[in-house]
Design a binder for this molecule. Structure first.
Ligand SMILES: [Zn+2]
Length: 308
């Protein structure tokens, strides 16, 4: 099964500064893990720059303009942990562009699934603001691209990053033809993602998990809540916000997943995609801050996407 891997060296030039967990070594670790013989059949593709117009359905013009206006020759702290450096604009535009190109790859049919290994991540970026390491919401930009370019009606983003994707929820909230489903530690950053947050038409499904939750609670949340809602939604395209920071070794949160759990949810989501949208899956790297766990978990995820 052909799986495309989209990336670009620009991802390494987004410089968050010494000691920042969201660092270039994350993408290096993922790419190194995918550079072995078992991944030799990945179709290695360049993540293109997103045209600025492609950001507009997901973000207010004022937010786009504010990012574009940031100085290109010095470091700006947008908030306490969201950094814009000289390399950040190209990295962010190639992250969004890679997500859109991944949609095109699965819609054109030359790839069955696609994984985008870029940074900065995207799921905390709201319609009107950057936050939580994220500048543009790559998953939302890709969803609107799928709607505009390919005429898809029902598009789902599912998110197993340990943090709630407040940005994707914000952007999708009042659009009943967009679905957002997330499992995440709660309470935790960013503070959203209660089960009672359901969107305008039940199109948002949140499964908060208390700190310390392990594989059983994670799998139960997906099996009992998110996957049935996703099946009822009948997506025409499945976009995964693939964060691997729910791993037991991750320093930013306290869930206790292992590589096998990321493989499990990937298999479940592929089965869902096979039923509803002839297997079309686009997966975007979000978080994951223990480099060893991140690399092993991303490899486990892509291994299942390739389903030998
Ligand atoms: Zn995260």
């Amino acid at each position: 099964m052909s799986v495309a891997l989209f990336t670009h060296p620009a991802a390494l030039a987004h410089d968050t500064g010494e000691g920042h967990p969201e660092c270039a070594d994350r993408v290096r670790a993922v790419l190194r893990a995918l550079d072995t013989q078992e991944f030799a059949n990945l179709l290695r593709e360049v993540a293109p720059l997103a045209p600025v117009e492609s950001l507009r359905p997901a973000h207010r013009q004022a937010h786009i303009d504010a990012i574009l206006a940031l100085p290109a020759d010095e470091v700006t702290y947008i908030d306490g942990d969201t950094v814009f450096s000289p390399g950040s604009l190209e990295a962010a535009l190639r992250g969004a562009g890679g997500a859109c190109a991944a949609v095109d790859a699965v819609m054109e049919g030359w790839a069955k699934a696609a994984f985008v290994a870029m940074r900065p991540p995207g799921h905390h970026a709201e319609r009107e603001r950057a936050m939580g390491f994220c500048l543009f919401n790559n998953a939302a930009v890709a969803a609107f691209h799928a709607r505009a370019r390919w005429g898809l009606k029902r598009i789902a983003v599912v998110d197993f990053d340990v943090h709630h994707g407040n940005g994707t929820q914000d952007i999708f909230w009042d659009d009943a033809e967009l679905f957002y489903g997330s499992s995440h530690q709660f309470p935790c950053y960013p503070g959203t993602g209660r089960a009672a947050e359901t969107g305008v038409a039940g199109n948002v499904v949140n499964a908060p998990l208390p700190p310390g939750s392990g594989p059983d609670a994670f799998r139960a949340a997906w099996s009992a809540r998110i996957l049935p809602a996703l099946a009822a939604f009948k997506p025409e395209l499945l976009i995964i916000s693939a964060g691997f920071d729910a791993h037991a070794a991750d320093p930013l949160a306290q869930l206790r997943l292992k590589e096998a759990d990321f493989a499990w949810i990937t298999r479940e989501l592929l089965a869902m995609a096979d039923t509803h949208c002839p297997g079309r899956v686009v997966s975007l790297l979000e978080g994951g801050y223990d480099l060893t766990a991140l690399a092993a978990s991303a490899a486990a995820h892509v291994r299942v996407l390739m389903r030998p």
